[in-house]
Design a protein. Structure first.
Ligand code: NDP
Length: 292
């Protein structure tokens, strides 16, 4: 593969700036543009070229990386005539987060306009970009991914191509963020409950980390259990889980703490018990949640 020489970054929020910075550090000629001017001052000092318009930025490089808040935001500049025209025959890698459906529609739009399109998702915070700790997911045409892999490698970390379906990276992203936000909702609820019981966040944190550490081995163990449809409740049947959840709801609500999130989870588990799955594990819900 020839060494990539230039790249354009559209979108200079915290993540777009981190991506552009990594490209600069790797020695690529980096052209940048952002809707609101002035976000590129540090990057310019580091050698970035500031384009006057998105179309000018796109015209500067064979590869354009897009990183804005969502696809509606990306469409405000990508789907303008000068930018669409400038992108013809060039490649877009869209790292903006959104739904799998939006990613597939973006790929269809790109194909209709002769634009080569890869979708991507960034699974780690800005501090990891350019380091071995960054994690990137990609989907779309494999040959296009292979062609631009050397430039993407400038961003550091690991890159995984998940297949030709353009929505697949976003599907992984959404599923993984589901874990993150549901866990975060659980943790802030736990902190509210702890506070009501006179326990500070600092006091709880070391033990919370211990609870968090239980999860990764369970993810691996449950993968086989779910894919094989066994939903084993050995060691922790749903009848026991609902009882544990009820204690938390009871204690939190006695302190006047809103427990709607855990109540919903308890309700789902109780429904599974009611359907005769009390001896199964909580993994049974993966099959029941989508069933009316
Ligand atoms: P934001 O998600 O806040 O995105 C900011 C960028 O979006 C800016 O360039 C902003 O432009 C642009 N933008 C917002 N609305 C519009 C609009 N209507 N039209 C044009 N541009 C718009 O910050 P991040 O940079 O952190 O995130 C970018 C993407 O990266 C998001 O999809 C995010 O989910 C993803 N990501 C971020 C991570 C992080 O740690 N920050 C981690 C993993 C993924 P302006 O400056 O003009 O407002």
């Amino acid at each position: 593969m020839p060494k990539p020489s230039s790249v354009t970054v559209l979108g200079l929020g915290p993540m777009g700036r981190a991506l552009a910075g990594a490209f600069l550090d790797a020695g690529l000629r980096t052209t940048v543009w952002n809707r609101t001017p002035g976000r590129d001052l540090d990057l310019k000092e580091r050698g970035a070229i500031s384009a006057a318009s998105a179309a000018d930025a796109v015209a500067a490089s064979p590869l354009t990386v897009v990183c804005v808040v969502n696809y509606d935001a990306a469409d405000t500049f990508l789907r303008t005539e000068p930018v669409t025209d400038a992108l013809k025959g060039r490649t877009v890698v869209n790292f903006s987060s959104d739904s799998p459906d939006r990613a597939r529609r973006a790929a269809d739009w790109a194909a209709e306009h002769g634009i080569r399109y890869l979708d991507g998702a960034i699974m780690t915070p800005i501090t990891t970009i350019g380091t071995p700790h960054a994690v990137f997911l990609h989907s779309g045409p494999e040959d296009l991914y292979a062609e631009h892999r050397p430039a993407l490698d400038a961003l550091g970390g690991t890159h995984t191509h998940l297949g030709a379906d353009s929505g697949r990276a976003a599907a992984y992203d959404i599923a993984l963020l589901d874990i993150f936000w549901t866990a975060t909702a659980g943790y802030v609820h736990a902190l509210a409950l702890a506070r009501a019981e006179g326990i500070t966040a600092r006091e709880l944190a070391p033990f919370a980390q211990g609870i968090g550490a239980i999860l990764p081995p369970l993810f691996a163990e449950w993968a086989d259990d779910i894919d094989e449809g066994t939903y084993s409740g050995e060691g922790n049947p749903l009848t026991s889980s609902v009882s544990s959840m009820a204690h938390i709801v009871h204690t939190a609500e006695a302190h006047g703490i809103d427990s709607a999130v855990l109540r919903a989870a308890e309700g789902q588990a109780r429904r599974a018990v009611g359907l005769g799955h009390g001896t199964d594990g909580i993994t049974r819900l993966t099959e029941l949640l989508g069933r009316r």
